[in-house]
Design a binder for this molecule. Structure first.
Ligand SMILES: [Zn+2]
Length: 94
């Protein structure tokens, strides 16, 4: 299984869902987190490096602005090598 980490920044501050006092926002982020997990799982599947047998680790940072009420997603991929990185990025773009 691909390791997928979803984290959030609210107004540029890293926050866990538990730290968010706004109930509506916490619920929204929790929902978004589950959605991102499912989506990345579907896109990346069980992509494995043919050479090293490694799996990609995908970190998604949801950057939420309370003022604009908008969320921007930032993807970061860790892999054993460039080849797997390219394959993972390609999978995420589909
Ligand atoms: Zn590799």
């Amino acid at each position: 299984m691909t390791e997928i980490i979803v984290q959030f920044e609210v107004d540029d501050r890293p926050m866990t869902v538990d730290e968010i006092t706004d109930e509506y926002l916490a619920e929204m982020l929790e929902h978004t987190s589950a959605q991102i997990q499912r989506q990345v799982e579907r896109q990346v599947g069980d992509l494995t490096c043919e050479e090293h047998g490694g799996r990609p680790r995908v970190t998604v940072t949801g950057m939420y602005s309370t003022e604009a009420d908008q969320m921007e997603l930032n993807y970061h991929v860790d892999t054993c090598c460039q080849m797997l990185l390219m394959r993972t990025v390609q999978a995420l773009n589909h």
